[in-house]
Design a protein. Structure first.
Ligand code: ADP
Length: 269
């Protein structure tokens, strides 16, 4: 009977090993799958600008030497297409970085209000045709464990979008407040809004509502996916509420910390 006992435990171990191997294979497969999907998305996005530039180069090659108008048009269009590609590649790099980002537990604590005020004033200067408001209930000790340039990048993406997608009523409200143990950042606009059929997908990479129209606004559909990855990496949340025609409200939440408090501890509810 001793032998049989050993057999049983040997079998059990083999079974366990099999289960673990299967799980690992599943994980590897889904990683490879995600990788392939990304490559295929990227190729798809790059194909259009490449085709456009190629078309212009062909025009230049055939007529550009004699026809000054063709020369100028094709050069201008090619340059702007190349600029778009450059932005696309940079944003893809940012997304990849955000995706594999691991936040070190001793990441610096950044006071949020000063960063927010700075970005707010920049946008005020850049878009004077907008009505800007900043509603801040917090002092400069309210902080989040995040790199300041990352916080700034998140704000810029949200504010850029608020401006881009507000064609009629040009008004953006920023808010900074505490919600229990969270610090909450709000960016609200009164622009075109997002319909219920799109709202769940705006954080997907390369997703744009109404692609044809967005092409004119010049987006790549990567901004919000960068926001989502980055906020999540820092232990935060991002939420959106929106209604077609009346505007959108984006909310970021991060665990709140207080600078200079006794042990710099996290404030908990
Ligand atoms: P994009 O570069 O196209 O702006 P994003 O990832 O930042 O990419 O946003 C994805 C899509 O979500 C946009 O193309 C747009 O359709 C929609 N969207 C984002 N922000 C807003 C907003 N503030 N108001 C209305 N629609 C928005």
């Amino acid at each position: 009977t001793d032998m049989r006992m050993e057999d049983v435990s040997y079998n059990q171990e083999l079974n366990q090993l099999g289960t673990v191997l299967n799980q690992t294979m599943d994980q590897v497969q889904s990683l490879v799958g995600a990788q392939q999907e990304f490559v295929s998305d990227v190729s798809h996005e790059l194909r259009t600008p490449v085709a456009i530039v190629k078309g212009h180069l062909n025009l230049l090659n055939r007529w550009g030497k004699d026809d000054k108008e063709v020369l100028e048009d094709s050069l201008t269009s090619s340059l702007s297409e190349i600029n778009r590609m450059e932005t696309l590649v940079n944003e893809m790099l940012q997304l990849t970085r955000a995706e594999k980002m691991t936040v070190s537990p001793d990441v610096e604590k950044t006071a949020v209000a000063p960063v927010m005020k700075r970005v707010y004033h920049e946008f005020e200067l850049l878009h004077p045709e907008f009505v800007w408001t900043l509603d801040n209930n917090l002092n400069d000790r309210a902080a989040v464990a995040i790199r300041p340039d990352h916080l700034e990048q998140l704000l810029i993406i949200l504010l850029d979008n608020a401006v881009k997608y507000s064609t009629e009523r040009k008004e953006v409200h920023l808010a900074l407040a505490r919600a229990g143990s969270w610090l909450e950042i709000g960016v609200q606009d009164f622009g075109q809004g997002i319909g219920p059929e799109d709202i769940d997908r705006v954080f997907d990479r390369f997703y744009r509502v109404d692609k044809a129209r967005k092409h004119q606004v010049g987006g790549n559909g990567l901004g919000l996916s960068i926001v989502k990855k980055m906020v999540t990496a820092y232990g935060g949340r991002v939420e959106v509420e929106s209604a077609l025609g009346s505007g959108s409200s984006f909310r970021l939440r991060f665990p709140l910390t207080i600078l200079g408090s006794e042990k710099n501890e996290t404030v908990s509810e």
